[in-house]
Design a protein. Structure first.
Length: 126
């Protein structure tokens, strides 16, 4: 599985393009930290988008999944230092990893939803 580091000056465009191409893909978000251990933040929710705000001191990456009032998460990654993109050999996108200045790693795993199942990603409330 090839891994590519995304240069900081390309983050905004990379995440904009990636979000457009992968909107609705099912994601799992994990946070790995020496302080809190391994925590799963979200699982089985569709991607809404990823954006980068790269101010000098207060840069951050926002990851939005779910997209419904009853199933939504915005995960903020403060002071991101490095971004990697992992792609499996067959060409479909698999994961993004973001390392923060404090050493925290955020892993976002993607799974494509077949078009016939796209409308059934989340159970609807009655």
């Amino acid at each position: 599985m090839p891994t590519q580091e995304i240069p900081r000056e390309q983050w905004t465009r990379f995440f904009d393009d990636f979000s457009k191409q992968h909107q609705g893909w099912i994601v799992t978000v994990e946070v790995l930290s020496s302080e809190i251990g391994d925590q799963e933040e979200a699982s089985g929710l569709p991607l809404v988008g990823i954006s980068a705000d790269l101010k000098a001191r207060d840069s951050r990456i926002a990851l939005m999944v779910g997209g419904r009032p009853d199933a939504h998460l915005t995960h903020i990654i403060n002071t991101p230092k490095r971004v990697w993109f992992k792609r499996p050999d067959e060409g479909a996108h698999e994961a993004i990893e973001v390392e923060s200045e404090d050493g925290t790693m955020t892993l976002v795993h993607f799974r494509r939803v077949p078009p016939e199942q796209a409308g059934r990603q989340l159970p609807r409330k009655a």
